[in-house]
Write a protein that binds this ligand. Structure first.
Ligand code: 3HC
Length: 367
């Protein structure tokens, strides 16, 4: 009978059910309940077959893991990040650090680019281990979830977050290829991390709607995710993506489609204005950044932030907002355009408003 009891107990995957079983079983053994032990065991054994799957804990999962699956619809997620640059690798890190995520495919057009993204994640995590903010086993666990390669490895994700170049055709072609040739899961959500382009237009020609899931740099740290509803994005997809953002420890803000959405529509023209102020000779680089840090309590000055985001991205966003509005207040500064042509893009090329060579950070007008 003890063996039967054990078999019946093992069939119950729901924690509450296990507790009720133990209480009743003790009552039967001490003759406090009205049914025989064998009748009770047979009942429990067969109800196990009919218990809804959502009440059962998948075999091999701990109680903690099981509890955490509910946010993402009852299973651990597989996520594909397309583009392993600064944003792509940061987003991949944010997902890999989430307990509810099982696999992160970090993809790019060349294996070495994807591998480069992995190295960036490892470098960030190594720093946290060195600071004593993360233990080595946790770093290893996060890194073990990240699989690098070409887009073709992303055959079974539940979510794709595209963070490729800020170019409409590249994004459209990328989603078309994923839909037609690569992703086999029909329920996979297609999301774009575009910083300003139209979500509706990116989804042109796809058989399913897409959504904007816009992270902020550095993606593992910044709390905001803008969840952008395109013209065809259904409400339930918006809710799912907001829940995913919450599971990552982020605070989602739902926004409607508009050039630059909320943050970039306000932030990027401010950075452009700072470049105009510099070009007009009102102050030097350090002066402008210090004024905005101390005068507005911004963590970084606007020129420093432009370098950090990438001046090519700043220019692309200004051009998108200008093209959409035809309002001259969104005209990009000629100095910004000149710097982008010269590949003085900021941190990523080692020079922008600051010179980052030899690990330093010197305003270029002080050299
Ligand atoms: N990846 C992961 N973690 C990072 C990181 C990165 N690239 N950079 C910094 N961190 C972590 C650090 O490890 C540190 O973590 P800890 O507190 O647990 O030790 C924490 O962030 C703070 O970093 P630091 O102490 O090195 O430096 P600061 O305190 O100066 O903070 C900063 C750095 C978070 C970048 C801060 O300066 C900041 O918030 N700057 C403004 C950033 C911003 O405005 N981003 C939005 C840009 S707009 C955008 O991305 C939209 C796009 O579409 C253009």
């Amino acid at each position: 009978m003890v063996l039967n009891a054990y078999i019946a107990y093992a069939r119950i995957r729901h924690v509450g059910g296990q507790l009720i079983f133990l209480i009743l079983f003790v009552k039967i053994l001490t003759n406090e309940a009205d049914i025989s032990a064998d009748e009770f065991l047979v009942t429990i054994y067969f109800t196990g077959f009919f218990m809804p799957a959502t009440m059962q804990r998948p075999t091999g999962q701990s109680r903690k893991e099981s509890a955490s699956t509910s946010v993402l619809g009852g299973k651990h997620m597989k996520v594909a990040i397309i583009g392993a640059g600064t944003m792509g690798s940061g987003i991949a890190q944010a997902f890999a650090m989430c307990d509810e995520v099982e696999t992160v495919y970090l993809c790019d057009i060349k294996e070495e680019f994807a591998q480069g993204g992995f190295s960036k994640i490892k470098k960030q995590l190594d720093k946290r281990v060195a600071k004593g903010k993360l233990d080595q086993a946790s770093e290893d666990k996060v890194l073990s979830k990240v699989k690098t390669g070409l887009n073709t490895i992303a055959t079974d994700p539940d979510l794709v977050v595209e963070a490729a170049l800020e170019n409409m055709k590249i994004k459209q072609d990328c989603f078309r290829d994923l839909q037609d040739n690569i992703v086999k899961n029909p329920d996979c959500i297609f999301a774009s991390n575009t910083s300003s382009l139209s979500i509706t237009e990116i989804g042109t020609g796809l058989s399913k709607p897409i959504i904007g899931m816009h992270f902020f740099n550095p993606a593992p740290v910044m709390k905001l995710v803008e969840v952008i509803k395109g013209a065809n994005t259904p409400d339930d997809m918006v809710e799912k993506v907001k829940n995913i953002a919450v599971a990552l420890g982020k605070s989602p803000v739902q926004v409607n489609e508009a050039a630059g959405f909320v943050v970039n529509r306000i932030l990027v023209p401010m950075i452009n204005e700072a470049i105009c102020v510099y070009a007009a000779g009102t102050s030097d680089i350090a002066g402008i950044d210090t004024a905005m840090k101390l005068g507005c309590n911004h963590p970084m000055g606007p020129l420093e932030l432009g370098d950090y985001i990438g001046l090519d991205i700043i220019l692309a966003i200004m051009d998108v907002i200008f093209d959409e509005t035809h309002d001259n207040k969104y005209a990009a500064s000629p100095l910004l355009r000149k710097m982008v042509r010269a590949k003085h893009l900021g941190v990523k090329t080692g020079i922008g408003f600051y010179d980052y060579s030899n690990g330093g950070k010197v305003p270029v007008d002080q050299k």
